[in-house]
Write a protein that binds this ligand. Sequence first.
Ligand code: 7PJ
Length: 283
Amino acid sequence: MPTHEWKLARRTLPYGEHTLVMGVLNVTPDSFSDGGEFFSLDRAIAHAAQMIDEGADIIDIGGESTRPGSEFVFEEEELQRVIPVIERLSARSSVPISIDTTKSPVARAAIAAGAEIVNDISGLRFDPLIADEAARVKAGLVLMHSRGSPKTMQQLPPVDDIMSEVISGLRQSVAVAEERGIARDNLAIDPGVGFGKTVAQNVELIAKLDQLAGEFPEFPILIGTSRKSFIGKLLNNEPADERLHGTTASIVASVLNGAHIVRVHDVKATVDAIKVVEAIRTG
Ligand code: 7PJ
């Protein structure tokens, strides 16, 4: 694959030849405990540092659990969770930081604190002003396909043609982004595995990722399969912490089918798998 460039606020990331790894840093109260019931900033930063050592190209920081079924988090709370982490991480590392949020005030504060990418799981459906914040500084903007809200998406009746639904949803998101002043070379797109889709549809999205890439040839394709419940369901209901091998298989398939960026919790396993896949792909 030839090399292309994804433009972020302060740099350009080459993609296409080498698959980029986005490491997930969840900063919710149930992660990085200080040993008691409080969140530890030091532990969150240490985990980010470990992912960077293991080869993460991007760190994606999220303070609103957007997992299917999760509750809404208020803006103030989300800001208090993510901003100190972004400030600290951007002061000590040059790795590009992404903010996983659907709220424009959070995107704005995260950018001011050092984030260079905004990752919106709603594809600008919840708060289109997210695009204005990204456009102001020419940040990268990830548009992910999803249906409904995190609280309701798994109750929605399934659509019958998931590929057409994802393609038309993403076209709509790209159109909104452009109307709000985002340049096309700042965009990345994501089919949104696990967000309002059945197990079979998640599998289909990975199997046909090359088709999605063909529909959006100008944009980097990001995909997040890591530890998701469709993998658990394919593996006899394995819990999230037992889904590493299943996750790795989904990553390998995604890379062979045209993913440019993979969003994962287990960076070392992913980096190793990608090295081997890329050696094979290059021949
Ligand atoms: C994704 C995400 C994903 C992008 C989450 C989880 C749920 N952002 N944020 N793509 N998933 N771009 O990690 O299980 O698939 S939160």
